[in-house]
Design a protein around this ligand. Structure first.
Ligand code: ADP
Ligand code: ASP
Ligand code: MG
Length: 401
């Protein structure tokens, strides 16, 4: 069997945990399996590196930032290989350049294009445990790129896909995927199985237990994932195409604080305005999420939408620059907001789910600022300060003990 095992930052945070992981990988190796290990940077290393960069230059070049951030994973991979060496197991660490994990050219948010398997195969054939740096790639300029925060999950799934792995295991600091973030909602329940589609929605809507692109890729290449704890042997969560269980009305609740609302007031109520606004943002690679347009009154209307918080200032600046062309009277942003979403395949065939969610928020005294829905999810935008309370209220409404 070929097994890909990915360990997140907290699972390799110190010497003791590194040895714990090394031993766990050894067990699989000693049974005769081929083992590929994907690692994140130790503990909060990536945050510290980001801070170091900002301290030197508040607006660092994205290329140099990736050069810096990629060192976190290189450190943990090398140390893991040393730990395995000390335990007497042959291991080798490889970075993205050595494997040749090719990505698109966008620094900070690159996507895999092609991954060479030759070097990894060669090392596995020599009966080595292969430890690969997560989160990084190489672009066509032979520069180091990174995949976006949480991207090591995607490295693991990509490797599992190209190596046709028999199993892809994501080890983290919780026992699996829960009905809500167990750190915010203490009575959240572990989900034994979840579909790619539901997991993709949850991950995209803020449940950071899996990087959303890892789920996208798992679905595309049919890689079955297991999410489980690196600290114990409890049964985790299987992420796959179809589950054996009856689909839950609501399988999970997610929150996303990385959002800002931008409002464009008083634009002319004529064709082409929405196109001009969103075309401008698309050209600057700014992703827009929930969009709300008011009913036109006296020839004008308001358009508001959400963007990732780090894009909010740039969004306002771009729109201010083109204020006349988009006929806006005023442009405003609000960072103190958050999204709360419910996800569930069972929603498609059950009316009244939205009203039950709104009822829970009303009972908790929480005001809703925007609403967006799809077939299997409902998202509301609320004040950031209400987010933990909202999450518990909505969770309790749908997920009984
Ligand atoms: P790692 O470093 O292992 O990649 P992350 O911090 O990226 O770990 O992801 C694990 C964290 O995701 C958990 O500690 C938990 O707080 C959070 N989380 C958010 N939503 C969920 C959820 N629905 N189920 C499980 N964990 C969740
Ligand atoms: N170390 C990176 C991060 O903190 C990647 C990862 O952990 O998946 O975002
Ligand atoms: Mg993660």
């Amino acid at each position: 069997m070929l097994i890909v095992k990915k360990f997140g930052g907290s699972s390799v945070a110190d010497k003791e945990r590194i040895y714990h992981v090394a031993k766990r990988c050894m067990e699989d190796y000693q049974k005769g399996n081929d083992v590929v290990v994907v690692l994140s940077a130790m503990g909060k290393t990536t945050d510290s590196l980001l801070e170091m960069a900002k301290n030197i230059n508040p607006d660092p070049s994205k290329r140099e930032l990736d050069m810096l951030l990629s060192t976190g994973e290189q450190t943990s991979a090398a140390l893991m290989s040393m730990a395995m060496g000390a335990l007497g197991v042959p291991a080798i660490s490889l970075n993205a350049f050595q494997v040749m994990m090719q990505t698109s050219s966008r620094y900070g948010n690159a996507r895999f294009k092609k991954i060479d398997t030759q070097r990894i195969r060669h090392e596995l054939d020599n009966r080595k445990i292969v430890i690969v740096t997560g989160f990084q790639g190489v672009n066509k300029y032979e520069d180091i790129t990174t995949l976006g925060r949480g991207g090591s999950d995607t490295t693991a799934v990509a490797l599992a896909a190209v190596l046709h792995a028999d199993s892809c295991e994501i080890y983290t600091d919780v026992e699996g995927v829960y009905t809500a973030d167990p750190r915010i909602v203490p009575n959240a329940k572990k989900i034994p199985e979840i579909t790619y589609d539901e997991m993709l929605e949850l991950a995209t809507l803020g449940a950071k237990v899996l990087h959303n692109r890892s789920v996208e890729m798992a679905k595309k290449y049919g890689v079955q994932l297991v999410v489980r704890s690196s600290l114990n042997n409890a049964q985790g969560t299987v992420v796959k195409e179809e589950t054996d269980m009856e689909s839950m009305l609501v399988s999970g609740v997610a929150v996303d604080k990385n959002t800002s609302r931008v409002a464009v007031f008083g634009v002319k109520d004529i064709p082409g305005i929405a196109f001009k606004i969103f075309d401008l943002l698309a050209k600057h690679h700014i992703n827009v999420d929930i969009i709300l347009q008011s009913i036109g009154q006296e020839g004008t209307k308001d358009i508001s939408f959400t963007v990732a918080r780090e894009d909010a200032d740039e969004t306002v600046a771009i729109l201010e620059e083109h204020k006349n062309r988009i006929t806006a009277k005023k442009i405003e942003k609000n960072d103190a907001v958050a999204k709360v979403s419910i996800v569930g395949a069972g929603m498609q065939s059950n009316p009244g789910v939205a009203s039950r969610m709104f009822e829970a928020l009303y009972n908790a005294g929480i005001n809703i600022r925007m609403i967006a829905t799809s077939e299997i999810r409902i998202t509301v935008l609320i004040n950031e300060e209400d987010v933990d309370k909202a999450m518990r209220a909505v969770h309790d409404q749908f997920i009984e003990d």
